[in-house]
Unconditional design. Structure first.
Length: 534
C-alpha cells in the first residue's frame, strides 16, 4: 500500500465495506444536510482514496458542483483560439511587431508583418495563441516577466472583443461544463463613456469629491440607460447562440449571470472618480449590475500613488449608495514587485475605508501591518477572499506553501476558488480546484465548504438559505425540506423571493445528485478504492 497512512487505510476499508453492502443494509449515520443516508460519506472516502491520483481526481472534480465563480473578467475568460475565430470573422490582421490583433487598415499583408488572422495555421497560429495567453510563456522572450505577459494580453486581443454576446456564451458554456451554477463577471458596461466624462472635466478636478460630483452628475445621467441597453443586446445574442428560447436549450442557459462594474484604476483621478460614480449609479439601478471593483495592475505607478485616494472615492459614493456591494482587487502584490511600504496597507484600506465585502487575491496579507489583527477583523466581518491560484502563480510567482490560502482558512476568513482570467491562464475552475487539493490537502468536506461559501458571499439579492455563517441549518421555511425533492409550501415561497437562496438550493440539490452518482460508481467499480491498482 506504499505510503498510505492509518487514516487512509481506515477510509479504504470503510469504503470497501460500503461498496459490498447488500441493497437493504444500512450505512453509517449521515452527517451532511438532506442527502440520502451514506452518499456523502461514500463520496468523502472516495475523494480521500483518489487524492494522490490526479487524473481520476480531476474527473470527479469536474463533476463536482461548484456554486459560483465570483472573480472572473469577461474579456479574460475567452481562449485565444476563440478570439482568433472572431478576428477572422472581422477580417482582422495580426501585427507581428506588437503581437496584437489589429484592424485591416492598412490592409493585412504578411510581407509587411501584418498577416491576416483568417486562415492562420501552423507556426503563425501558434505564435498568435502564445501572444494572446500565457501558453508557452518564457520570461525574457516576449515579455520580461509573467506579470508583463499576463497584462499585455488584454491589449493584444482587445480588437476582437467588441461583441460581448459570444463572449458571454463562452463564459456560460465553460461554467456549465465545470459544474458552476452562478457567475459574477467583471465588465465595463458603459464602453468608456464615464471615463470620457472625467476626461472632459479634467481641468475642474481639485480633489473635492462633492464639487466634482456636482459637475459630473448631469453628464453621467444618460450613461446607465445606454449601458443597460448594451447589456440587453449582449444577452440577447448570448441567448440566441445558446438556444435558450428553444425547447431543448443548452445546459449553459441555466447558469445565472450577474455583473461587476469594473473601474480602471490606472487613469487620472478625475476619470477614476467619474467611473466610480457611474458604477454606483448602475449598480443601484440595474439589478444585473450587483457591485463594482477596481481593476488593472495593482503595482502600476498610478494605482500605487492613488490607492488611498481611490479607497476614499469609493467610501464617498458608498455613503450615497449604501446598498451597492463592493469587491476589490487588493494585495495582488508580492515582495520585490513593489517597495515594502506598498505591501503594508492595501487590504486593510479596502476593508476598513472602502468597505469591501470581498477581496480579490489578497496574496500580500501577511505583509500588512498587524496581519493577525487584519485576519481577525476579516473573519469577524466575514469578508470573503477570492482565491485565484493560476494567475497568482503566473503573475506573482506565488504558489503552494508560499500562498496564504491556508492562513485565511486557519483564521476563519471565508474563501472561494475562482478563475480570474481562465482564457489567459489556459485554465478553468476545475483546474483551480485541482490545484487547491494538490497544494493544500483539501478533502471533500473542504471542497463543499468552498463551493457553498461562494454562493453565500455572492452578490445575489435576497436572504440566504442558511441560518448563521455555517451552512448546516436551513432557514426556518426550508428547515424540514429535502433538496433531493422539489420544494413546496413555505419553502417554495421563500426560495421564490430570494435569488441567493434559490441558487443555494440548486447547489444542495446538485450535491445530492452528485453524491448519489458517486456512490453508484463505487458500487459498480469497487476497484476505485483498490490500493493495488495504483
Amino acid at each position: 500500500m506504499g505510503g498510505m497512512t492509518f487514516r487512509r487505510i481506515a477510509a479504504f476499508g470503510l469504503l470497501l465495506a460500503v461498496a459490498a453492502c447488500a441493497p437493504g443494509r444500512s450505512l453509517p449515520p449521515q452527517t451532511e444536510v438532506a442527502a440520502p443516508a451514506g452518499d456523502a460519506i461514500v463520496t468523502e472516502h472516495l475523494f480521500a482514496a483518489i487524492a494522490d491520483q490526479p487524473p481520476l481526481l480531476e474527473a470527479y472534480l469536474r463533476r463536482l458542483p461548484k456554486g459560483a465563480d465570483l472573480h472572473s473578467h469577461l474579456s479574460g475568460v475567452v481562449y485565444a483560439e476563440n478570439y482568433m475565430n472572431e478576428a477572422a470573422r472581422l477580417g482582422l490582421c495580426f501585427d507581428r511587431n506588437s503581437r496584437s490583433l489589429a484592424p485591416p487598415k492598412p490592409p493585412c499583408d504578411a510581407a509587411k508583418g501584418r498577416p491576416a488572422v483568417a486562415g492562420a495555421d501552423g507556426d503563425l497560429r501558434a505564435v498568435i495563441i502564445d501572444a494572446l495567453s500565457m501558453r508557452n510563456f518564457v520570461p525574457g522572450e516576449s515579455a520580461a516577466s509573467g506579470r508583463d505577459q499576463f497584462f499585455a494580453t488584454f491589449g493584444r486581443f482587445g480588437a476582437a472583443g467588441g461583441d460581448k454576446g459570444w463572449m458571454l456564451a463562452e463564459a456560460m458554456r465553460r461554467a456549465a461544463d465545470n459544474g458552476v451554477l452562478h457567475l459574477e463577471l467583471m465588465v465595463s458596461p458603459d464602453g468608456g463613456r464615464s471615463r470620457a466624462v472625467g476626461r472632459a472635466l479634467a481641468s475642474a478636478w481639485t480633489g473635492d469629491f462633492d464639487g466634482f460630483a456636482a459637475l459630473a452628475e448631469p453628464r453621467l445621467a444618460g450613461i446607465p440607460a445606454s449601458a443597460s441597453a448594451e447589456l440587453d443586446r449582449a444577452e440577447a445574442a448570448q441567448r440566441a447562440i445558446l438556444g435558450c428560447e428553444r425547447p431543448q436549450p443548452q445546459p449553459a442557459c441555466a447558469v445565472t449571470v450577474r455583473y461587476i462594474f469594473q473601474v480602471i484604476r490606472v487613469l487620472p483621478p478625475e476619470q477614476v472618480f467619474a467611473q466610480t460614480m457611474a458604477a454606483f449609479r448602475m449598480a443601484a439601478g440595474d439589478p444585473r449590475i450587483v457591485g463594482l471593483n477596481f481593476v488593472a495592475p495593482e503595482d502600476d505607478g498610478v494605482a500605487l500613488r492613488d490607492y488611498r485616494l481611490h479607497m476614499r472615492m469609493i467610501a464617498h459614493q458608498a455613503r450615497r449608495f449604501p446598498k451597492v456591494a463592493i469587491a476589490l482587487h487588493a494585495g495582488e502584490l508580492a515582495p520585490g514587485l513593489v517597495p515594502p511600504e506598498d505591501l503594508r496597507f492595501h487590504i486593510r484600506e479596502a476593508v476598513e475605508v472602502a468597505g469591501a465585502r470581498r477581496i480579490g487575491h489578497g496574496v500580500a496579507v501577511m505583509h500588512e501591518d498587524d496581519p493577525i489583527g487584519l485576519l481577525e477583523e476579516m473573519a469577524r466581518r466575514q469578508v470573503l477572499v477570492e482565491i485565484n491560484l493560476a494567475s497568482n502563480e503566473g503573475i506573482l510567482g506565488i504558489a503552494g506553501p508560499a500562498h496564504p490560502f491556508p492562513v485565511y482558512r486557519r483564521f476563519g476568513v471565508p474563501v472561494a476558488i475562482s478563475t480570474d482570467d481562465e482564457g489567459v491562464s489556459r485554465s478553468d475552475i476545475t483546474q483551480e480546484y485541482l490545484r487547491a487539493v494538490r497544494d493544500f490537502g483539501l478533502d471533500y468536506r473542504d471542497l463543499k465548504t468552498l463551493s457553498r461559501d461562494s454562493l453565500t458571499h455572492s452578490f445575489l439579492d435576497g436572504e440566504s438559505l442558511w441560518q448563521g455563517d455555517q451552512p448546516m441549518t436551513m432557514a426556518a421555511p426550508c428547515a424540514d425540506a429535502d433538496p433531493g425533492e422539489a420544494p413546496a409550501g413555505a419553502c417554495a415561497s421563500f426560495l421564490a423571493a430570494s435569488d441567493k437562496a434559490r441558487a443555494q438550493w440548486r447547489l444542495e440539490a446538485a450535491f445530492v445528485a452528485f453524491e448519489a452518482a458517486v456512490r453508484a460508481d463505487v458500487e459498480r467499480h469497487p476497484h476505485l478504492m483498490d490500493a493495488s491498482a495504483r
